[in-house]
Design a protein around this ligand. Sequence first.
Ligand SMILES: Cc1ncc(COP(=O)(O)O)c(C=O)c1O
Length: 337
Amino acid sequence: MLPDRHELFSTATAILLSIYQLLQTGKVPVRVHLPSLFCMHVASHIQKVAEICWYRDLPTELTPNFETLHPNPGDLVVAVNLFGIRQQQPWQDWLQHHQDIVLIEDHTHDPFSNWARQSTAHYAIASLRKTLPIPDGAVVWSPQYLKLPKPSLPQSGGAYYKLMAMLLKRAFLDGAEISKDTYRLLQTQGEKYLSAETDAGVSIFTREILNCLNILELRQQREGNIKQFLELVSITEHPDWTPLFKSWFPGTVPFNSVLVCKNNQIREKLRQFLINHHIFTAIHWQQPLEGISSHDPIAIDFSNRILTVPLDYRYSSEDVAQISTKMNEFSSILTTA
Ligand SMILES: Cc1ncc(COP(=O)(O)O)c(C=O)c1O
């Protein structure tokens, strides 16, 4: 499934930093252009080595606002397939008129989309553990056959903390007498180690297991779950929150279902309500974070109202039905409040 010529790293952040090191050869500093809705943790790593320029890219729009993107020749431009629902064409058209920059496409949210497979970018990357059952791992390839960065450090121990956490959680769910704190601590510790990696290779475990996964089936299951969720929650549409998208183009599979709440208070109420029912949502992505922000008021407002509902390969149809029921319960509480 992976492109013929690729490199595996522990994380996508490590790949971005390694591409930067590979290309920062001359005296003129290379700048990195990031979308205004992006993972601020990754941005904080990049900011330690390079100047970041932000361009407006909002998931409510079909394309980035290219008028806010002004790279110098040689700069790195990171294009993100936000939530896996974006199309290739706008970036392809833009690239035709900007061949003097280096385009890095980030396919983390749908690493096996048509866009990813047919990419014409200088580099394409994806953090694989966000959509596959692996403790670490990110891939880089070059659709333009440029020199690939290589990890110079061995695998990260963080992957094995996370692997232990995954195994113990499975045992816990199967009824073993294991405290939740044990695997949660290992998970947090593992993520902490991984997020500190700047140049580590993928773990041997992930490298091996990647060849055994039925990636297309896992992707299909994600799509089926999202469709089911949207069908079930759309029955009782609520003015206080709405799905960011209800359909998507052929050849794309969304990352998860994303909800947009009317304001931050409702988002936090909903998040807490779901936590109380053991449903753990995510925020893509909080900003400011660690003092870093795109300074785009619309992206910041969006980051305060957005909520990602996990519906990936880990969830069965019964799980999805249960999550949907809880969402609908929340809606009726809001309506009657
Ligand atoms: C779109 C996107 N790109 C890159 C990353 C960074 O991935 P990693 O955690 O593997 O460094 C993330 C992480 O959340 C992400 O969501």
